[in-house]
Design a protein around this ligand. Structure first.
Ligand code: ZN
Length: 209
């Protein structure tokens, strides 16, 4: 897509919304009351509102490479805090996706002299350092992964990454405090399939984590 077409497309889109509902933008600009916080991957193929078929205003979004919730990441924690304390969302969805490039890069680098050596020598860059979060998950779950073929292993690490990030969300003081106050707040772990556009609930609950 040529960048010069983006403004033209935007005007066309805005007009289409007005044709459907003349108050579309005036009602949206007054407030937002999303009931969902979506923590997903930055991958351009995983478009949050589109895949849930939700209009603007329904979902508060935080995305980063490989949908990681790092307890040292102020950006992600601020999004969770705002969503829980101010917007009062009732659902936090951590959604990974099969075929995640971030997960694959972490798996490929989980070899002697791989990203760990690169991080130690300060050569991994920001992405390499960021993905070290996933390398720990691979190491910790080696028992569950060792008998799988390459494709199954890739899919499983994508799922385990979601599980781990759901744990991290649940462990935040933000969520813990909300639960202490009996807030109606549920954390979900989902995974999206690029192959067919279908979302799957990994059915993560308190017993799983
Ligand atoms: Zn991804």
């Amino acid at each position: 897509m040529d960048i010069r077409n983006i403004f033209k497309n935007n005007k066309k889109w805005a007009q289409e919304q007005l044709n459907k509902n003349p108050n579309f933008f005036t009602s949206l600009s007054e407030h937002q009351h999303p009931n969902y916080l979506w923590i997903g991957c930055s991958d351009s193929r995983v478009q949050t509102s589109q895949i849930m078929n939700l209009p603007p205003g329904e979902v508060f979004v935080h995305r980063n490479i490989a949908n990681i919730v790092a307890l040292t990441d102020f950006n992600c924690l601020a999004a969770i805090e705002y969503a829980v304390d101010v917007l009062k969302v009732e659902h936090i969805i951590v959604c990974g996706h099969y075929g995640c490039g971030g997960v694959k890069a972490a798996m490929d680098s989980n070899t002697p002299g791989g990203v760990e050596a690169a991080i130690a020598s300060n050569a991994a860059g920001y992405v390499g350092n960021w993905l070290s979060n996933i390398i720990d998950i691979i190491k910790f779950n080696e028992d569950k992964l060792k008998n799988l073929n390459e494709e199954e292993r890739y899919n499983k690490v994508c799922e385990l990454n979601v599980l781990e990030q759901v744990k991290h969300v649940s462990d935040t003081t933000i969520v813990q405090n909300a639960w202490k106050k009996n807030a109606n707040l549920t954390i979900h772990g989902w995974i999206y399939s690029l192959d067919d556009g279908i979302l799957h609930d990994l059915r993560i609950d308190k017993n799983t984590i």
